[in-house]
Design a protein around this ligand. Sequence first.
Ligand SMILES: C[S@@+](CC[C@H](N)C(=O)[O-])C[C@H]1O[C@@H](n2cnc3c(N)ncnc32)[C@H](O)[C@@H]1O
Length: 298
Amino acid sequence: MSPGPCHKPVLLHEVVRLLGIKPDGTYLDCTVGGGGHAYEIARRLDTGLLIGLDWDSQALEEARARLEPFAARVKLVQANFRDLEGVLDRLGISLVDGLLFDLGLSAIHVDSPERGFSFRSDGPLDMRMDREGNPLTAAEIVNSYSRAELVRILKEYGEERWASRIVEAIIRAREREPLERTLQLAELVVGAIPAPARRRMKIHPATRTFQALRIAVNDELENLRLGLEAGFRRLAPGGVMAVISFHSLEDRIVKRFFRNRADRGEAELFKLIRPTAEEIAENPRARSAKLRAAQKVR
Ligand SMILES: C[S@@+](CC[C@H](N)C(=O)[O-])C[C@H]1O[C@@H](n2cnc3c(N)ncnc32)[C@H](O)[C@@H]1O
């Protein structure tokens, strides 16, 4: 298999520099994806170990192929990063020297219409990252949740100002027939937003609705809160935890988490890092990335 579609890892050099990889260290990549960051970590190890987690079996396959040259130094495990402590316990590892969370969608998700994440190509309304472990699809949410619950999801997870209108349109449409396809939903969202507002938008009108559903389907914000807590508990003093986020809801959680640890004297924070203009030109996915990192003091 060729290297995965996650072929342009975001803020790669910055992550590697912050983590300060020691050849004999133990590192945990909580979102190994296509293995791009992991590759750069693994190739700096000699007696050390890299543990890569992903809850998506397709992503793990990509990572396995890409990290093949370093197989002896790498352990890949299918798991939700909120359960990272259980994974480390099973491997007999108490603390790690560095941790990475690279949040959000991988190219595997965006570029596979059948996964249902894209509002630009047709596919089933799925959006599950963990198809084996998670029974809740986006179709289930739009077809069965109450009006109030749908409005809450769109407002809270999508920061969508047209939430009520969009939900009205969803309810009307699902009374006729269930919503099953991504393009069906995307068109409906476009039609629900007043034309003048739509014309002023710099993003596709369905962006926020799709983001909101994806977050709800995958319980992303709760996973992040629990993952950060668990990761910090298992970080060795002197070790660094780095987190790349892609939207303000995630970034707010990360920022608060790190500030809180710094206020308690448990961590020292690095300055926020954003991608350079060159990186964004080469890799538009990097556009909204923010890298926050902290070193554990005690
Ligand atoms: C942006 S990609 C990572 C790309 C990777 N750093 C690379 O260089 O190829 C994010 C990955 O995190 C995974 N992911 C998201 N939430 C997760 C969670 N709660 N537990 C485990 N994996 C998760 C997704 O399945 C996806 O493969």
